[in-house]
Design a protein around this ligand. Structure first.
Ligand SMILES: Cc1ncc(COP(=O)(O)O)c(C=O)c1O
Ligand SMILES: N[C@@H](CCCC[NH3+])C(=O)O
Length: 420
């Protein structure tokens, strides 16, 4: 069920009227529902019940808010991190280091040291040289790093090209046909315990077919590696499950995903890892905004809101679709464009769409904004960094405060050799 519902004519997050949050915190602001995260997390885990031994690591990039990570840790989720910053967040939120997997195509030596210090559960290696360097660093410190090879299965995920990661031309993973030879060489090194493989073909997948094709290729690779004498004990199947952003989107359910995984991996005899991000978090958040003006347009009016592309970048980056709804819907509709105040023509959330009727001063939400929302925000146009609020029942708490243009300006300096 949705935890953002109209109750008594006004949109609520759980039992809190969004108008109250706007009044106390201001807008724009991200509002998250604790129950929505929990429900998605539990459904995902339940979907995996038919699957053998496994762990779930939340893809921190989707929503790195500490409170969110804590609540997911309480649901038994580890963390999939892609930077030292995300690793620090996962640990600060109370996620045990051994439940952290470190992905990413450009880990720095400093980050490898940091992750070794922390004692993380697994490094997903993206290239042979990274494995050599990791082994060297670990050896020099008398440690052994648990690692897997991330392979690129050359499968089209059927998603937006900018969030596709499993085609041969993408920068991610190493070509699956080169994996056996590279595995052979890296497995001989002291300092790493190369024990498995990893795959992640893209994000916002609305079909299970490309995932199944990729997993089957990985299954054949596991068999080939075992035939070559390697002990393969871990396979990381990544994330990627989509959500319904627009009417007509039918994402795979957690149950359908679990059933497919159980079928494909039945004979693998490994510990599986999953790295969902969006599927757990997108529908747990909205971006609450105020309508500043309704400006006449050539064909349709421009609804100018106080949220902008710097707060929610997905539309400008991927032509993404987010639902737009009034906080006080009166049943009327209008055909309009919705745009933010930023000085870019790409700062448009939607065009020529039928939306709830709104006027200046009304509050509205951009829906399904709990994933890749606040985390991708910037201060472009010297706007404040958007705050985040977490709701639980009838209470709410600011879980990330407003960093203003003045805060940022205060952290800058003008060299004294620049004359006033
Ligand atoms: C390696 C890896 N794991 C997990 C994810 C999470 O993806 P999603 O939010 O689509 O589940 C990503 C992002 O696409 C990723 O690159
Ligand atoms: N930021 C992207 C998803 C990227 C997935 C990370 N590999 C989005 O908002 O859809």
């Amino acid at each position: 069920m949705s935890h953002f519902e109209v109750i008594g004519g006004a949109l609520h997050a759980e039992n809190v009227p969004l108008a109250r949050i706007a009044e106390q915190v201001g807008t724009p602001v991200y509002v998250y529902s604790t129950e929505a995260f929990r429900e998605a997390a539990r459904a995902f885990r339940k979907g995996l019940e038919p699957v053998g031994r496994h762990h779930v690591a939340f893809a921190v990039k989707a929503n790195p808010n500490l409170a969110v990570l804590r609540l997911l840790a309480n649901e038994g989720f580890g963390a999939d991190v892609v930077s030292g910053g995300e690793l620090s967040r996962a640990l600060a939120a109370g996620i045990p280091a051994h439940d952290v997997v470190f992905s990413g195509v450009g880990k720095t030596r400093k980050e490898l040291h940091q992750a070794l210090d922390a004692g993380i559960g697994q490094f997903n290696l993206e290239l042979e040289e990274e494995g050599v360097v990791l082994a060297e660093i670990a050896r020099s410190r008398g440690m052994t790093a648990p690692a897997a090879l991330r392979v690129n299965p050359d499968v089209d995920a059927g998603t937006h090209e900018k969030i596709s990661t499993g085609k041969a031309e993408n920068k991610f993973g190493l070509p699956i046909d080169q994996a056996p030879a590279i595995f052979d060489r890296l497995a001989k090194l002291e300092g790493i315990n190369l024990r498995g493989v990893a795959v992640h073909i893209g994000s916002q997948l609305l079909s299970l077919d490309p995932l199944e094709a990729a997993f089957e290729r990985v299954g054949r690779l596991v068999a080939e590696l075992r035939a070559a004498g390697h002990a393969i004990t871990h396979v990381d199947l990544g994330g990627g499950l989509g959500v319904a952003y627009k009417p007509g989107d039918v994402p795979p359910t957690s149950a359908a995903f679990g059933e497919m995984v159980a079928r494909v991996t039945r004979d693998w005899d490994v510990e599986l890892m999953f790295e969902p991000g969006r599927h757990i978090s997108a529908d747990a958040g909205v971006l609450l905004t105020e309508v500043l003006w309704v400006k006449p347009g050539v064909t349709n009016p421009w609804v100018v809101v106080d949220a902008a592309m710097n707060d929610l970048a997905r539309v400008a980056l991927y032509d993404a679709w987010h639902g737009f709804a009034s906080v006080t819907p009166d049943g009327g509709t209008m055909v309009a464009n919705v745009a933010g105040p930023v000085c870019e023509s790409s700062d448009v959330f939607l065009k020529n769409r039928e939306i709830d009727r709104v006027k200046s001063g009304d509050l509205a939400v951009l829906q399904s904004a709990g994933a890749y929302g606040a985390t991708m925000a910037s201060t472009y146009n010297s706007r404040a960094l958007v705050p985040e609020v977490l709701v639980s029942g009838d209470r709410f708490e600011v879980v990330a405060g407003r960093i203003t243009a003045e805060t940022i300006m205060g952290a800058e300096q003008i060299p004294d050799w620049l004359e006033p």
